[in-house]
Ligand binder design. Structure first.
Ligand code: IPM
Ligand code: MG
Length: 372
């Protein structure tokens, strides 16, 4: 029997309620396919601070180290975050720390607009073409998020005011390894790679473009194009169907993946995978919804659990090599949508046959579709 250890870190806001549905899906998958998942839940984010004073408690980190993958919810509460020093806040102390600690440099964010949700996409139907299907490959452990120096200091020679410094650093090996991930992914898709940079202004952009071009020579079957990030943001709105794989440095990928997510109807639909070593199967990974804690709707059974459930599918595929089960979960999500189940974020009163459901009803519909 295939056995895998999963660290389930629900976190804050809507985290716990969408995690509950994801775990139900894992339990159903276990029964159907005969796997064994040992799922251990642990505190992170404000839940960690309240429990043991740390956004990433030592016990949680230890659990992650002995697991095959981390299934993560979301962390951070805008109301509470400013009450503690910035270094201890959940985003930095838990999320960014885990990314760095486990060397999770490759962030995969698949953006797909299902035909049935065309109404939830902010773009007119004719711009949606035959459907939007983009994979954003975001570098996750370099660039301005981690570059040193990173500090705020008094403005020299003045009576008041400060200067804030963030540093953007990329090295050739960092660009090479993420480029390989993106080219390999493109090979398995429509064989087109758009590399995003700001080579007209930034030193980083020039190096990025040079290195990606050189790595591209190893993938002659993949069409490579370069695009400045500002144009890329515009093209996503004008003609999203031109994109297959978009390769971005950390900050540009953060911004463009949210923009792309809007095209898929809702941030609540988007899973993501963060991987370290990416060759071969059974690679350790971190799986989370692309959206945040959504404190305004937390605890009200309103959140869309699909991003968390699709993150489970990504985990099965990338960390466990369980391709058939991953595809079955994705098919169950599609089936639940086709059957008319809609959480508030993807509901439109004008859509015939659509039914507004809560978090737990959506989860149950997906589990039922999986079992059918
Ligand atoms: C994301 C999030 C994080 C990021 C935040 C919460 C630190 O926006 O995963 O996209 O900026 O990377
Ligand atoms: Mg983001």
């Amino acid at each position: 029997m295939k056995h895998f250890k999963i660290a389930a870190l629900a976190g804050d806001g809507i985290g716990p309620e969408v995690m509950r549905e994801a775990i139900n899906v894992l339990r159903a998958t276990e029964k159907i396919f005969g796997f064994q998942f040992t799922i251990t839940e642990a505190a992170v984010g404000w839940a960690g601070i309240d429990q043991s004073g740390q956004a990433l408690p030592d016990a949680t980190l230890a659990l992650c180290r002995e697991s095959d993958a981390i299934l993560f919810g979301s962390v951070g509460l805008p109301e509470r975050d400013p009450t503690i020093p910035k270094e201890q806040r959940p985003e930095r102390a838990a999320l960014l720390r885990i990314r760095k600690e486990f060397g999770l440099f490759a962030n995969l964010r698949p953006v797909q607009l299902p035909k049935a949700l065309a109404h939830a996409c902010p773009l007119a139907l004719e711009r949606q073409g035959n459907g939007i299907d983009i994979l954003v490959v975001r570098e996750l452990t370099g660039g301005m998020y981690f570059g040193q120096p990173k500090k705020t200091e008094p403005l020299p020679g003045s009576a008041g005011g400060f200067r804030a410094i963030d540093t953007m650093v990329y090295t050739t090996p960092e660009i090479e390894r993420i480029a390989h991930v993106a080219f390999r992914a493109a090979r398995l898709r429509r064989k087109k790679l758009t590399s995003i940079d700001k080579a007209n202004v930034l030193e980083n952009g020039i190096l990025w473009r040079e290195v990606v071009t050189r790595i591209g020579q190893e993938y002659p079957d993949v069409t490579l194009e370069h695009m400045f990030v500002d144009n890329g943001a515009m093209q996503l709105m004008l003609r999203p169907t031109q994109f297959d794989v978009m390769l971005c440095e950390n900050m540009f990928g953060d911004i463009l993946s949210d923009e792309a997510a809007a095209l898929a109807g809702s941030l609540g639909m988007l899973p993501s995978a963060s991987l370290g070593a990416t060759s071969g199967e059974n690679t350790f990974g971190f799986y989370e919804p692309a959206g945040g804690t959504a404190p305004d709707i937390a605890g009200k059974n309103l959140a869309n659990p699909i991003a968390q459930i699709l993150s489970v599918a990504l985990m099965l595929r990338h960390s466990f090599g369980l391709h058939e089960a991953a595809a079955a979960i994705e098919a169950a999500v599609t089936a639940a949508i086709l059957a008319g189940n809609r959480t508030g974020d993807i509901f439109s009163p004008s859509e015939t046959g659509a039914r507004k459901v809560g978090t737990s009803e959506m989860g149950a519909a997906i589990v039922a579709a999986l079992q059918a």
